[in-house]
Design a protein around this ligand. Sequence first.
Ligand SMILES: Nc1ncnc2c1ncn2[C@@H]1O[C@H](COP(=O)(O)OP(=O)(O)OP(=O)(O)O)[C@@H](O)[C@H]1O
Length: 753
Amino acid sequence: MTTTIVTTPEPSDDGRADVTVGGKVLDFRKTDPVIIDAESVTASDHADTDTVNDAVTSAVNGDETAVHEHLAVDPPNLFVNTSLDIRIRNAANGKRRPVIAPWLRSRTQFVQTAKWAADHAAHVSAYHAVRLPLYAGKLALRSPIGALKALGHAGSWVFDLESSPLRKQAVQKGDGELYLKLTRERHVAGRVWLALFTTVALVAGVLVLWGFGPWWAQWLAVAAVVGGLGWLGTPSDKRIAGRAVVTTKAQKLTSDVVVRALASLGIAQINQAVAKGGSGITFPAPIVRDGPGWLATVDLPYGVVVTDIMERRDKLASGLRRPLGCVWPEPVSEEHAGRLRLWVGDQDMSQAKTGAWSLAKTGRADIFQPLPFGQDQRGRAVSFLLMFANLLIGAMPRQGKTFALRIVLLAAALDPTVQLRIFELKGTGDLSGPGEKCAHHYGTGADDDTLMACLESLRQVKAELDSRAKTIRELPREVCPENKVTPELARRKGLGLHPILFAIDECQELFSHPDLGKEAEALCVPIIKRGPALGIMLVLATQRPDAKSLPPAVADNMSLRFCLRVMGQVANDMVLGTSAYKNGIRATMFGHKDKGIGLLVGNADDAQITRSSYVDGPDAEKISDRARAMRAAAGTLTGHAAGEETLTGADSGPNLLADVCEVLPAGQDKVWSETVVDRLADLRPDVYGPWAEQDGKTKATQLAAALKPYGITTGQVWGTGPDGKTGNRRGITRTDVVAAYRATTTPRDIDGA
Ligand SMILES: Nc1ncnc2c1ncn2[C@@H]1O[C@H](COP(=O)(O)OP(=O)(O)OP(=O)(O)O)[C@@H](O)[C@H]1O
């Protein structure tokens, strides 16, 4: 096998030197020769020989044994001068650094940085302030030594002791001329007089200060003298003040360290590759600083896939000599299965300080824009667009599922146009902030009443699907070109297209209920499928992601998924989607300490390791108060938050209006009352079955009586019966029912448009 030796071109200003090989830019950072396997450089690699020759000197070496791949991937230590043309070319290719640092351009980042600087200064000042007596004691103890040193230096200067060795040397060499010259230059007499004068002046100054000076000046003088002498008397290897902040600088990540760590995983192909005569491990890009850590891109030996590395993350961390929470291997999905992106943080992600949630203190959210959610392992903000999507959150117990859900609900609460329906089926009141203060429907507990109320709310939302679809269908094209809810439509008076966020925490309680589970599934599936375009978002959270607790028809159709630590492949795939585990998207890699850290799928091309922002209970209450005030001002405080009970719960039976809406499909505007009753009996035989057992006229009277409290009247309607007979009979108008139903669920118009 032949080997092409490529000498590294001279680096650019920033220490980078780019070589174009095979259409890819290889970025070298060292001046060492780089050896790449000739097989990896195809004919096309040499097509643009001018480009390559500018930077690359190729030579063919027939030595079969020298087939190693060593890319100069380690960060540079030296700045090397470069010729002007290469500098210009590299500058043209290079990334321009911003004229004004990004943190100075972003108000949030500026405030964060200023806050950090103020905090830091306050900490350092407080640290040293409490240690001032200690520092004073140290200085006082060291001041006698300092005084002796000062006298020594002064004596040596006055009597010109520094030149004494030179004079001795002149005597030893017998160089009389030099001796005389050195003696003439001594000026000892002048220095003695100056020293005497200075001493007298000092003594006089001390006496004057002692006799006539104010007390503070006397103490200041004592402090200055003792401090100065103490400083002089401090040994060079000792400090006076301690360190207020100890920085733990993480070890630089180099290719050697990465190869060593990979070799420690016990994977046969890697061991063969790194053994003498093996093909080695290649780095298609240099190891670079990336946020608060290092990023290495590695091409694993043939046959090794990234998932092999991910499932040995703990061993990899041991090989890198870093805490587990610092080591984050990921596949590079757009490349081959053996390309590994390894990010090694300076600090354990679970220990690293996350910034405050951006909406924690001020600001309002817009549901049509990405909602701030957390940070990735590199400290970059992670937000996602919940509008037109559904979200599934899953995890083992106590890993941060409810905290993550709460962030989403608080963000939605801060957009007053969003109607919240929140059911927290654990019963601990974790979501009581947004639930009690802002939600249209709110329930807490796993009892039958709460489950029935949740189901009833779901029925209402399900019934909304048809009425919203009809509303959208009937809107002029220019108003609704995409046939979906827009911010303008969501605010339009009377349209009833306001966004609805339906959240169920511990949804397994509902889905696994022997009587209600099936209906809950039947309601959620169409909401998940049709809801997003109609402005309805479903957010489910569960600690038991299995087929019984989370029906596959529900789990399969969720578009956004956030999975915190889970134990196995089944739970992983249930939350993150089929084959996620096989594709290396594994929330099983998280440990017990990784609270709030999970994989977010559906927001970007690749799964994002994300830590949800931390907002504790008291802070959530304050944010909810803010959101409630916004809603009150916008006139969107409805239902539970406004003190009205629009849910009937188990005892009061299902919602008649929602049910009538459901059995009257869009397009059937006028329907005989007896037909409506028959359909209601089909929908819910246990409730409406007895109504349907009566004759046609009685059925109509029964329905009229039931609808009367809602202001709905019946009238003569032309229609066709099940037997095909047509005629004029008592019936209802669909628009009347929809309008009455909306009056119970729709918040008032936001902007009065
Ligand atoms: N983003 C976060 N950062 C740091 N710690 C967090 C974060 N989110 C949650 N935690 C910690 O994890 C603990 C458990 O969180 P949470 O109550 O959300 O878990 P859970 O999965 O909902 O639990 P359960 O299954 O019992 O309902 C919290 O008490 C909190 O201290």
